[in-house]
Design a protein around this ligand. Structure first.
Ligand SMILES: Cc1cc2nc3c(=O)[nH]c(=O)nc-3n(C[C@H](O)[C@H](O)[C@H](O)COP(=O)(O)OP(=O)(O)OC[C@H]3O[C@@H](n4cnc5c(N)ncnc54)[C@H](O)[C@@H]3O)c2cc1C
Length: 461
């Protein structure tokens, strides 16, 4: 890492907020004004709204991530975790991918560590569940689902087959509803190539503790989304939760019991728990408490935004809701990052801070090829769309929102190719254990059976 005399702006997290804030700072900064250091355990930013499509094979997983070193060539990018912050000494402790942890001094700090899956102590969940927060999980889920079809197609054991073909998704927000919609679509497509598996043999189950799904698009479109999924054979159980899933035996509060090899957990997120070690003021649910300028309460050199921050929603507050906070979504993360970047530059130069204010522009959700819901706010007009048109809105919006032209072009190319070449439905499950086959080939060979027997006979005679 660089040890220049320039002030250091340390950006903790290279996701939505981290990437966009760093880009903004670098764009507005004068040559040599500061060193921008971005620390993230991954060397890439993940465009999370595309994870369901990556899980369904509609977009190549590599095109859903943005390499930090490539898009931030003027920043110092460190691959590791920030584990603690010492505000008195203004140093952060970094645990790199390998080797000893070390301290990194900073002058200005940006906290952008996002959220992690919110889980509960449900027996079996930690061992059986898979989340949907990172590209690794999307790739893993896709391989796993296709592998279940392979297994079911080639077994004679009816119990194994039933368990393999039962897919349980817990959580019906954006992430859950979109993922089950996309994965069901992929499995339906893939089943055409199997002799002994058809869509009717599969069971897709969506569970949510609330009484609706897709709350982000409002009650009417949420209800449409539910009916649409049910029309495709998905069983939707609302106002219920999962009690346990030990060894894949799923027990729901409503009494339903099924065996399943696939339990996808998308029941919400919570702020990154590491925040509790940073000594920053936290809100009741663990978010960093910020002012409307995105400065952390009680500081003038630390900013926070995105899923790990509780940012006052000025639009909601002006409309009379004194306790309005910005919801954790990409729409806010992106816009907060820009204001945050400007405010860091202003803070460094001693200029006043801007307030963050953004009126909700709506939400779009894809539920599989040519299916979706969209809720668009244009001034006083609220437009609700469903079906193919909503799906085009979803693809158009996210395709253009994808960071960098390089990634946008790759994503649109994937979609275009899929029109002509059809979706790829091969499982590469062995990717998770790539050394296994080589190990088998390279390990010392046992003595050949025939030779060993001859030797034994010779000894005996
Ligand atoms: C499946 C899914 C679908 C979604 N769909 C939509 C949608 O359609 N529309 C929408 O508006 N929003 C959607 N969202 C939400 C949206 O993606 C998030 O609100 C947005 O990514 C938040 O940005 P962020 O920068 O706060 O966090 P993130 O983008 O998650 O970035 C946090 C970064 O911090 C890093 N980090 C974690 N711990 C440390 C540490 N100790 N040290 C350093 N770095 C660390 C992480 O590796 C990560 O790169 C979706 C989310 C998911 C999971």
């Amino acid at each position: 890492m660089s040890t220049t005399e320039r002030p250091r702006i340390l950006v903790v997290g290279g996701g939505y907020v981290g990437l966009y804030a760093a880009r903004r700072i670098l764009k507005k900064m004068r040559y040599g004004e500061a060193t921008v250091t971005v620390v993230d355990p991954r060397s890439y930013m993940t465009y999370q709204p595309f994870l369901p499509e990556a899980a369904a094979g509609s977009i190549s997983p590599r095109h859903v991530v943005v390499p930090l070193r490539r898009v931030l060539p003027k920043a110092e990018v460190l691959t590791g975790r920030v584990t603690t912050i010492d505000q008195d000494r203004k140093v952060a402790t970094i645990a790199p991918l390998v080797g000893e942890a070390y301290e990194l001094p900073f002058d200005y700090l940006v906290i952008a560590m996002g959220a992690v899956s919110r889980t509960f102590p449900i027996p079996g969940l930690a061992e059986q569940g898979i989340g949907m927060k990172g590209i690794e999980e999307a790739i893993g889920l896709r391989n796993h689902v296709l592998e279940q079809l392979d297994k079911a197609d080639s077994t004679t054991d009816e119990d194994v087959r039933r368990k393999a073909l039962t897919f349980v998704f817990v959580g019906g927000g954006f992430a859950g509803a979109e993922t089950i919609g996309e994965v069901e679509d992929m499995a339906r497509d893939a089943a055409k190539y199997y002799t002994n598996v058809s869509r009717e043999d599969m069971r897709f189950i969506l569970v949510d503790a609330a009484d609706k799904i897709l709350p982000e698009v409002g009650p009417k479109l949420g209800q449409y989304g539910k009916e649409h999924l049910e029309g495709r054979g998905v069983e939707v159980y609302l106002s219920t939760s999962m009690d346990s899933c030990v060894d894949g035996h799923v027990v729901l509060k409503n009494g339903l019991e099924v065996d399943s090899s696939t339990i996808v957990w998308t029941a919400g997120v919570k702020p990154n728990p590491v925040l509790s070690r940073f000594g920053l003021p936290l809100g009741p649910r663990g978010h960093v408490d910020t002012r409307t300028t995105l400065q952390v309460q009680g500081t003038d050199y630390i900013w926070a935004a995105g899923d790990n921050a509780q940012v006052p929603d000025l639009v909601g507050r002006k409309a009379g809701n004194e306790n309005a906070w910005c919801p954790p979504n990409a729409q806010h993360a992106l816009r907060q990052a820009r204001v945050l970047g400007d405010n860091v530059i202003s803070g460094m130069r001693g200029f006043p801070q801007k307030e963050y204010s953004h009126a909700n522009k709506g939400a779009v959700a894809g539920l599989g090829l040519h299916k979706g819901v969209a809720f668009i706010v244009m001034g006083k007009m609220k437009i609700k769309l469903k079906g193919r048109l909503a799906w085009y809105m979803h693809r158009g919006y996210h395709g253009l929102a994808m960071p960098t032209w390089n990634r946008k072009i790759r994503v649109f190319a994937d979609w275009t190719l899929a029109v002509f070449l059809k979706r790829e439905v091969v499982s590469l499950g062995a990717m998770e254990t790539p050394r296994e086959e080589f190990y088998e080939a390279a390990k010392p060979a046992p003595a050949p059976v025939a030779a060993a027997k001859t030797e034994e006979k010779a000894k005996a005679s």
